[in-house]
Design a protein. Structure first.
Length: 128
């Protein structure tokens, strides 16, 4: 599907508008990028690896992970072979959030106007 820049932005605007109308948490762009990277790319994921993959500083990744963990969208697990390292993995709640957001993107792409599908997640601001 070939889109112009304006069409791409309009699609994103419609999906984000539907998302903010829903009861899903408001994630920052950085938090969404971190969550999607953890959920959609092969692991294991670490703060260092996420920072390198996204091209952002480790403290920025840590703040995003803190917010995502408060929402139960990710969990941190100790690395049994290196106690200094922590693995990051997605949770069922995080995947439910992403599936709901994906449905909003698909609805926007098909031209549907949605009021924002209700997410199984509770409404909560996740500022990091």
């Amino acid at each position: 599907m070939q889109m112009t820049e304006r069409e791409g932005l309009e699609l994103w605007r419609k999906a984000v508008t539907a998302s903010v109308r829903s009861d899903a948490p408001d994630l920052t762009a950085r938090q969404q990028a971190v969550l999607m990277t953890v959920a959609l790319t092969p692991g294991p994921h670490t703060v260092r690896g996420l920072a390198e993959h996204l091209g952002i500083a480790k403290p920025a990744v840590t703040r995003a992970l803190d917010a995502l963990e408060r929402l139960h969208f990710i969990r941190r697990l100790p690395d049994d072979t290196d106690l200094r390292s922590i693995f990051i993995e997605r949770t069922a709640e995080g995947m439910a959030y992403l599936r709901a957001f994906a449905r909003l993107v698909l609805a926007a792409a098909s031209g549907e106007e949605t009021g924002g599908a209700k997410s199984p997640s509770r409404r909560n601001s996740a500022v990091a």
